[in-house]
Write a protein that binds this ligand. Structure first.
Ligand code: G4P
Length: 526
């Protein structure tokens, strides 16, 4: 198969959801359709249950398990689908943000009872930054949920994206009869079943057909006629380009656990979802069809076993053909790298592969050369952009409790940061080191791993900080002046970039007002 054909075949996406909305269930159903698994219950939830919520060892173990399910590849109707898993626990949200840099589109699951929840809002912000196309799946229609019009309004309002329903529910909860596919003009009747492997859709070009009344009852039929009239009147016709540009999110209704509406969405997904897209580098845009290989690392998973300090780096292929054992330019590093152990994740198995194509994700065994955001190329010295760090939310100062082990501590911190466990900021004054995270759990993870893997002992002291803002200015003199006058609050990130450590929202606002020449950024790329 030619490179162009390989590219055309691929769809790389992630499912995002607030915990409990049904991401794991939907993933499982998609894998069933793809023939990647045979039985329900085969997909391990990467959700941390309440009993183990504070037990991070357990969480790390589960994260270990989830390496296998980090990328799930399967074929469906001749399309190679790469589904990237995102961590269920919100303390690992940063992992999810980065995973979203490696996909071409997302499916967002919303619980029809709970509506749009906070984690979904945050994830959607990241999608919006990249104009990632989003398909919305409103789940659990077998439960008494909220009014579908309200739900759509809420999605538009809270997620700040226009929606266009492509299916419409007939009843809900006990009275749920099915959905009408507005795109294909087909009726899909609901029968609760977890095993069903295809939706049996009936074509209804004309909703006035009296057969509709006998199928779903006259009340439901009339309601549906009214609803469809209203929707077609209110919403503009679905334009696939608006979806591809991230301006409009098509919406499907269904019930993942009953395998209802999933097949329908998947069929539309393979028709409309984008294949591998062009990507920006600091030099130019890279097209997937380019002959020469290029890709970037978006995730690193470390081995918890201190005797095997190898890690798996996840590489998204952006252009050309990636080949095993071929030396590639490691743009940040001192020497070319070649990989003999390259895995791809098909179904739930890992397999060693010889080549991979744009859109694919491969796992590279690495002994410490790679870090998140690294670019590999077939020669060119360019770096993929759009893989930023986001300002953390919790900050703690690192206190070294064993001065004899300072070297080990430095090394350990450096490596853990390269894996993206957390972010390290070093204050200009006194070289105090501050770790920033999005969740409490990471501090326990870091403390344990520093001890266990690097023999370094640390404590974390709380710090009263609100945000880390990367700063820049067109006027270098003003920037120097700002750094001098605010020197107590100036730190450097892992790439030596200048960061302003703001203590509170109001104070940050005041400083921003007082220094209009200085730009404050909440992500490391600007
Ligand atoms: P998550 O990965 O997004 O966190 O959610 P997950 O799929 O684990 O689903 C959360 C709960 O919601 C599960 O129930 C799951 O069975 C249920 N669920 C998923 N889809 C539907 C649906 O369409 N209708 C209904 N009624 N429930 C649904 P649980 O009790 O937590 O687990 P389980 O014992 O059922 O596995």
């Amino acid at each position: 198969m030619s490179l162009t054909e390989e590219i055309k075949k691929r769809r790389t996406f992630a499912i995002i959801a607030h915990p409990d909305a049904g991401k794991t269930t939907l993933t499982e159903k998609l894998l069933l359709f793809g023939g990647a698994i045979q039985t329900a219950g085969a997909v391990k939830s990467n959700k941390i249950d309440t009993a183990t919520k504070s037990d991070w060892m357990e969480i790390e173990k589960q994260r270990g398990i989830s390496v296998a399910t980090s990328v799930m590849g399967f074929e469906y109707k001749d399309i190679k689908i790469n589904l990237l898993d995102t961590p269920g626990h919100q303390d690992f949200a940063e992992d999810t943000y980065r995973t979203l840099t490696a996909v071409d589109s997302v499916i967002m699951v919303i619980d029809c009872v709970k509506g749009v929840e906070i984690q979904t809002e945050k994830l959607m912000e990241v999608c919006r930054m990249r104009n990632t196309p989003v398909i919305c799946f409103i789940n659990k229609l077998d439960r008494e949920g909220r009014d579908p019009y309200d739900l759509l309004d809420e999605v538009e309002e809270k997620l700040n994206i226009k929606v266009r329903p492509l299916s419409w529910p007939i009843g809900m909860g006990k009275g749920f009869k099915g959905v009408y596919n507005l795109y294909e003009k087909k009726l899909n009747l609901f029968t609760p079943s977890q095993r069903k492997l295809s939706d049996d859709r009936q074509v209804f070009e004309n909703l006035d057909d009296p057969e509709l009344d006998s199928l779903i009852g006259p009340n439901n039929a009339n309601q549906l006629r009214e609803d469809v009239d209203l929707i077609e009147g209110v919403y503009p016709e679905f334009d696939v380009n608006d979806y591809l540009e991230g301006k409009i999110a098509p919406v499907f209704f269904g019930s993942a656990v009953n395998n209802f509406g999933v097949n329908e969405m998947l069929d539309t997904f393979i028709k409309i979802a984008p294949g591998p897209k062009s990507r920006e580098t600091d030099l130019r845009e890279v097209k997937p069809e380019e002959k020469k290989f290029s890709g970037f690392v978006f995730k690193i998973h470390a081995n918890m076993d201190p005797n095997h300090r190898n890690r798996i780096a996840f590489l998204r292929i952006c252009s050309g053909t990636f080949e095993r054992n071929k030396p590639y330019n490691h743009v940040r590093g001192p020497k070319p790298l070649r990989f003999s152990n390259v895995t791809q994740f098909m179904a739930q198995d890992k397999e060693i592969i010889d080549e991979a194509f744009p859109g694919d994700i491969v796992g590279l065994y690495d002994t410490g050369n790679l870090k998140i955001g690294d670019t590999l190329t077939e020669g060119e010295n360019m770096v993929f952009t759009g893989i930023p760090s986001f300002s953390p939310e919790i900050f703690r100062e690192v206190i070294n409790k064993d001065a004899m082990k300072t070297k080990q501590l430095e090394k350990g911190l450096k490596q853990l940061m390269e894996e993206g466990v957390a972010q390290l900021f070093t204050f200009e004054m006194g070289q105090r080191k501050v770790v920033g995270t999005v969740g409490q759990l990471q501090f326990e993870v870091i403390q344990f791993r520093l001890k266990n893997e690097y023999n370094a002992t640390v404590e974390f002291h709380p710090m009263n900080l609100y945000k880390a803002c990367w700063i820049s200015s067109a006027d270098k003199k003003q920037l120097d002046e700002f750094v001098r006058s605010k020197n107590r609050y100036i730190a450097r990130d892992k790439d030596d970039k200048l960061v302003f450590m703001a203590e509170s929202k109001s104070w940050l606002q005041m400083v921003q007002d007082n220094y209009p020449e200085i730009e404050f950024h909440f992500t490391s790329e600007f």
